[in-house]
Write a protein that binds this ligand. Sequence first.
Ligand SMILES: Nc1nc2c(ncn2[C@@H]2O[C@H](COP(=O)(O)OP(=O)(O)OP(=O)(O)O)[C@@H](O)[C@H]2O)c(=O)[nH]1
Ligand SMILES: [Mg+2]
Length: 269
Amino acid sequence: MVSGMSEANNSSGKRAWVELEKFLPLIDQGDHRALAKALSIVEDLDISLSELENTFGEARDVAILGITGSPGVGKSTTTGALITHLRALDQKVGVIAIDPSSVLTGGALLGDRIRLVQHFTDKKVFIRSLATRGALGGLSRACDSAAYLMKRAGFDSIILETVGVGQSEVDVMRHADTVLIVLAPGMGDGVQIAKAGVMEIGDIYFVNKADRGGAEDLAREIEKSIALSPPKLISGKTWQRPVLIGEMERSLGVAELWSVISEHKMLRE
Ligand SMILES: Nc1nc2c(ncn2[C@@H]2O[C@H](COP(=O)(O)OP(=O)(O)OP(=O)(O)O)[C@@H](O)[C@H]2O)c(=O)[nH]1
Ligand SMILES: [Mg+2]
């Protein structure tokens, strides 16, 4: 008997749970096709984390890196550069791109697909976009459940990337263990910094597009803005939020960026 059917007790719901039960052991073995199918099922049926945990047990703990920032700053380029860096370290990498608006745009994420396309044939990289239903809390639930399945699939690193910034992206970042805010000069700098709720959630700030003028100035502005609030406390230890500069299109600064992300990760352990 498959449990956890409370929210989906019609016949297609039952079928889905039977399918999930079949996919879980495959996911545990790192089967990406099974993972993709299971992600679709939990998304379509709006299956919650607690339903999954009650049925299949807890997932192991894998730190999730969240990447957010205004449209066009280079989040996907950064994700791509990080994937390349992590693959060179022989890590298996899982990426979920969350697009709350893609219900409207058809979930194409075309730009992201193009930027990440070089990784699509790599069997140790899994990239998936998650378009969520409009229901309140649906996005959050979908994230939790997607993260659960990703954690079971044996990735060394999991990246959660959002499209744009807004309240729903701030909510998405609550599911991340380390939050990386990407910014770029000349894109309404003051506005990027002032975005309510967005700067506060950052653990690391990355000024991309250093090839353009103004990156240093933007970094200094961010540092000033950070200095206005007290440093974060992680497991009783102080975390001075770093501001890095780089050029992700040419992967310049990616090793430094990953090293800071790893430092933050270690602090949490
Ligand atoms: N000059 C310059 N351009 C860059 C750099 N990194 C990315 N870009 C360009 O910036 C544009 C946006 O990059 P994306 O990675 O798609 O940005 P994004 O934040 O994912 O954008 P959305 O998903 O639309 O919010 C693309 O044309 C990139 O080629 C960089 O280091 N320098
Ligand atoms: Mg993008």
